[in-house]
Ligand binder design. Sequence first.
Ligand code: MF3
Ligand code: CO
Length: 285
Amino acid sequence: MVKRKKPRWTVPVGVELTEMDKKILYYQERGCLVPTRNLIKTPEQIEGIRRSGVINTGVLDLIAKEIRAGMSTLEIDRLVYDYTLSHGAIPAPLNYEGFPKSVCTSINEVVCHGIPNEFDVLEEGDIINVDVSTILDGYYSDASRMFVIGETTPEKQRLVDVARECLQIGMDVAKPYCFVGDIGNAIEKHAKKNGFSVVRDLCGHGVGLAFHEEPEVAHFGRKGTGMLLVPGMVFTIEPMINMGTWEVFVDEDDEWTVVTEDELPSAQWEHTFVMTENGVEVLTY
Ligand code: MF3
Ligand code: CO
């Protein structure tokens, strides 16, 4: 059996402990999951991720302006690809673990990782998540929004709104030296209070120098569990909220598209954050 070691916070011999070292070591001694030093970004790295985030936000603003009934998800993909390249950046999804397009487009019962194609044409009443991720000078940013095509049903609109509230509540709870589980716990409570469920198979994640880094940011769970979040860490919160069951399956043909088990709608919002001394700062506004 392979024993997985918990990440450890180490301080070089002879170096004086900072306040941050002391706090992290305090939690580590109590058996908590703490970050490794490489998860703390330098100010220069944070600036790089911020610049990447500016382009990422530009893409989403362009989609917000252009999206409409009658448009195919392939047209969304073209807009993302052209805008990103013309700003000197690369769409992170393109060829990522074999993903064939530049953006994820997930309509109605599709939870995430929908692949743009010419046959999925947006109709009045659809709700769609457009998940954009950008690489600029090696720095990654990641954010997604929901778009409602025309007017939808009150129930689907409420799902979209509650999913957005879940992201906001996660942001509000995310303070330095809190745990990932504190965020997930608050999100899960809000979703459940509104009669919705939280997807458990997919999580937020560290991001910045790679597309997906530690820690895993679950959108459910118990307070005080998961990794300790400290200033300088960069990560996403991206709750996927379902109208019905939390259970999902992956399309067997394309091996990407994640769909709700009961085929009821799902909604998701995402931002990339840096943890500061006061709370999270959004890098993808
Ligand atoms: N953008 C997704 C996320 O929020 C990841 C998509 S992976 C892809 O983490 F390959 F489907 F693009
Ligand atoms: Co993400």
